[in-house]
Design a protein around this ligand. Structure first.
Ligand code: FAD
Ligand code: SIN
Length: 530
C-alpha cells in the first residue's frame, strides 16, 4: 500500500479546514484532502451571510444573547462567548486578505435573518457569501508552498492506534493509500444527504462523524437537525435554497390559497426561528393538501431584488420562475446538523492527535438550534482555534515516526453493485426524511430503527467505491440520529416529538454517543449551569 507522510493532515477544504490549514502552514507540511473538487462543500453554497457583531447598532453581548436564545437553553455558553468575541477579529483579518463584503456607501452592509435582534449578517455579491469566503481562503492557502491539496480523495477511516490518531486511509480511483500525520484535523462538514430533501451538496454524507464514531470518538447532540423552511420545490428543479435573508428583506410566506399564515404561528411571523417556520409550513401543507407553500417577493422593488439576490434570481429564472413577478414554490429541507464530534473549545476530541472543527464538530455552540449565519463564523473561529491547538500539540513530536503504523492489506471489498448501493441510498434517505424528519414520534422512530436493521450488514463491509463508503457512513449516522431522537423524549429546539411536544427536562442535557461493541450507546451529560 502506498504511504504518504506529512506533519498535518486536514480532511476537508471548506471554511473550517482551510482556516485551520492557514494556522499550520507556516510550521510544517500540510495536506488538505477533499472528496471532490477543492471548492465542493457547503461553504461554497452559503448564501445569506456571516453573522458578526460589527455594526454600529450591535454588540457582542447582543449577538451572544440571540445565539443562546436560538439554542433553546442547550448552548455551551463558553463556546458561544468565544464565537461572538473572536468573530470580529476573524472577519477583519479576512477583509485584510481580500474578502469583499457588500457595502452601503463606505460602510459594511448588514442584513437581517430570523431570530437576530439586530441587522448583523454580512454578505458578499448579494447572495454568494460562502463562495467569496472560499475564494479568499483558497487564495491565502496558495501563498504557502508547504500546503498540498489532494482533490477527489475520500477519507475512509482514521488510523488509530492506542487511542492516538496517526492519519487516515484514503480512497482515490478505487485504490486505498495511507496518509500518516502527526496531527489530523477533521473538517468534513455536515450530513444533510441523509435526508431526501436537503440543501446540502452531495459530499455532505457525514463521513467525518461516522469515521470518528468507528474510531471511538464521542459524538454529541446528534438528534438536532435543522430544517430550512424555504427550499425550491418545483418539478425538475434542484433543491435550491432560498435564503432566509429574503424574508429578512420582506419576503412573505403564503399557502397554496395565497393566504399569509406565519402571523398565526408566531409573533415574529416570517422571522420566527427556523424550526417554528418549518413546522408551520408543514402544518399549512397538511391543512391545504398542498405539497408546498409559496415565498412571495412580488411586492418588493424588482431592481432591488435582482441586485440583492443575483444568484437566486438567475437560478430561479433557469426554472422559469421570475422572483420579481412569480410566487416561488417552497417547502422545508434538511440543512444543518447541530451535533457532531464532541470537542473542547480548541477542537480537541477524546482521541489524541485528532481535532475537529466546523459542521462536523460539536462544541455545543449552537445548542438545540443554530442561529442563522453563525456557522460560517464558527468555521472561521473554531478552524483557527483548532489549527492553533493542533500546532501546539504537534510540538511534542520531535520526529515524524510511526512505530505502530497500521496498513490495510488483503482487504476484501464488498461486491454490492453500484445500482444496489444507489437503491439503498435512495430508500435510506426517504426513510430518514419521512420518519426522522421535522416531526418525529415513537412510532415513526421505531419504524426507522427497524427498517435500518435490514441494512445492518453495510457496517461489516469495506468499499473501494466512493458511493459505497458514503452509504456505509450514512447508514451509521442514520442509526445514531434515530437512537438519539428516540432517547430524547421531549421537544427542544429543532428536535420535535409530537408525542412529547413540550420541553420536559428540568436540567439541560446533551446526548453523548459512543460505540459499544457494534452498538450505539446514548447517555446524557448535563450542560453546566451558570
Ligand atoms: P464544508 O464547507 O461542507 O466542507 C466539507 C469538506 O469536507 C469538503 O471539502 C468535502 O469535500 C470534504 N469531505 C467530506 N467528506 C470527506 C471525506 N470522506 N474525505 C475527504 N474529504 C471529505 N451558514 C452560514 O453561516 N451562513 C449562510 O449563509 C449559510 N448558507 C448555507 C447555504 C447552503 C445551501 C448550505 C448547504 C449551508 C449553508 N450554511 C450557511 C451552512 C454552512 O455553509 C456550513 O455549515 C459550513 O460551510 C460548513 O463548513 P465546513 O468547513 O465545516 O464544511
Ligand atoms: C440562508 O441564507 O438562509 C442560510 C443561512 C444559514 O443557514 O445560516
Amino acid at each position: 500500500m502506498e504511504e504518504v507522510y506529512t506533519d498535518f493532515l486536514i480532511i476537508g477544504g471548506g471554511v473550517a479546514g482551510l482556516r485551520g490549514a492557514i494556522e499550520l502552514a507556516p510550521y510544517g507540511d500540510v495536506i488538505v484532502i477533499t472528496k471532490d473538487m477543492p471548492t465542493e462543500g457547503s461553504t461554497e453554497y452559503a448564501q445569506g451571510g456571516i453573522a458578526v457583531a460589527l455594526s454600529d447598532e450591535d454588540e457582542v453581548g447582543i449577538h451572544f444573547h440571540d445565539t443562546i436564545k436560538a439554542g433553546d437553553g442547550l448552548c455551551n455558553e463558553d463556546a458561544v462567548r468565544v464565537l461572538v468575541e473572536e468573530g470580529p477579529a476573524r472577519i477583519i483579518e479576512l477583509i485584510e486578505w481580500g474578502a469583499e463584503f457588500d457595502k452601503e456607501g463606505s460602510k459594511l452592509a448588514f442584513t437581517l435573518e430570523a431570530a437576530h435582534s439586530r441587522r448583523r449578517v454580512l454578505h458578499a455579491h448579494g447572495d454568494s457569501t460562502g463562495k467569496e469566503l472560499e475564494r479568499v481562503l483558497i487564495n491565502k492557502i496558495k501563498t504557502f508552498p508547504s500546503v498540498k491539496r489532494f482533490p477527489f480523495c475520500t477519507a475512509i477511516d482514521l488510523i488509530v492506534s492506542e487511542n492516538r490518531c496517526i492519519g487516515a486511509f484514503i480512497l482515490r480511483n478505487s485504490q486505498v493509500f495511507a496518509i500518516y500525520a502527526k496531527v489530523t484535523l477533521l473538517a468534513t462538514g455536515g450530513a444533510g444527504q441523509l435526508f431526501s430533501r436537503t440543501t446540502n451538496p452531495s459530499v455532505a454524507t457525514g463521513d467525518g462523524m461516522a469515521m470518528a464514531f468507528r474510531a471511538k470518538a464521542f459524538l454529541q447532540d446528534m438528534e438536532f437537525i435543522q430544517f430550512h423552511p424555504t427550499v425550491l420545490y418545483a418539478p425538475s428543479a434542484p433543491q435550491f435554497l432560498l435564503s432566509e435573508a429574503m424574508r429578512g428583506e420582506g419576503a412573505i410566506l403564503k399557502n397554496i390559497f395565497h393566504e399569509r399564515f406565519m402571523d398565526k404561528y408566531h409573533p415574529d411571523a416570517e422571522l420566527a426561528p427556523r424550526d417554528i417556520v418549518s413546522r408551520a409550513i408543514i402544518s399549512e401543507m397538511v391543512k391545504t393538501g398542498g405539497s408546498h407553500v409559496y415565498l412571495d417577493l412580488t411586492h418588493l422593488d424588482p431592481d432591488f431584488l435582482k441586485n440583492r439576490f443575483p444568484r437566486i434570481y438567475s437560478t430561479c429564472l433557469q426554472y422559469d420562475i421570475n422572483i420579481t413577478k412569480d410566487l416561488i414554490p417552497v417547502s422545508p429541507a434538511a440543512h444543518y446538523i447541530m451535533g457532531g464530534v464532541k470537542t473542547d473549545l480548541d477542537g480537541k476530541t477524546n482521541i489524541e492527535s485528532l481535532f475537529a472543527a466546523g459542521e462536523v464538530a460539536c462544541t455545543g455552540v449552537h445548542g438545540a438550534n443554530r442561529l442563522a449565519s453563525n456557522s460560517l463564523l464558527e468555521g472561521l473561529v473554531y478552524g483557527y482555534r483548532a489549527g492553533k491547538a493542533a500546532l501546539e500539540f504537534s510540538k511534542d513530536f520531535k520526529n515524524l515516526s510511526f512505530p505502530m503504523k497500521l496498513t490495510k492489506n488483503n482487504i476484501k471489498y464488498s461486491s454490492l453493485s453500484l445500482q444496489k448501493i444507489e437503491e439503498i441510498r435512495t430508500s435510506l434517505r426517504r426513510l430518514m426524511w419521512e420518519r426522522v424528519g421535522i416531526i418525529r414520534c415513537i412510532d415513526s422512530l421505531n419504524i426507522a430503527k427497524n427498517t435500518l436493521l435490514e441494512w445492518q450488514d453495510l457496517e461489516n463491509n469495506n468499499f473501494n467505491l466512493r458511493r459505497g463508503v458514503e452509504l456505509k457512513n450514512m447508514f451509521t449516522l442514520a442509526k445514531i440520529i434515530t437512537e438519539a431522537a428516540l432517547k430524547r423524549e421531549e421537544s427542544i429546539g429543532a428536535h420535535y416529538r409530537s408525542d412529547y411536544p413540550m420541553k420536559t427536562s428540568s436540567v439541560t442535557k446533551h446526548s453523548l454517543i459512543n460505540k459499544k461493541n457494534s452498538d450505539v450507546e446514548v447517555s446524557w451529560i448535563q450542560e453546566k449551569q451558570k
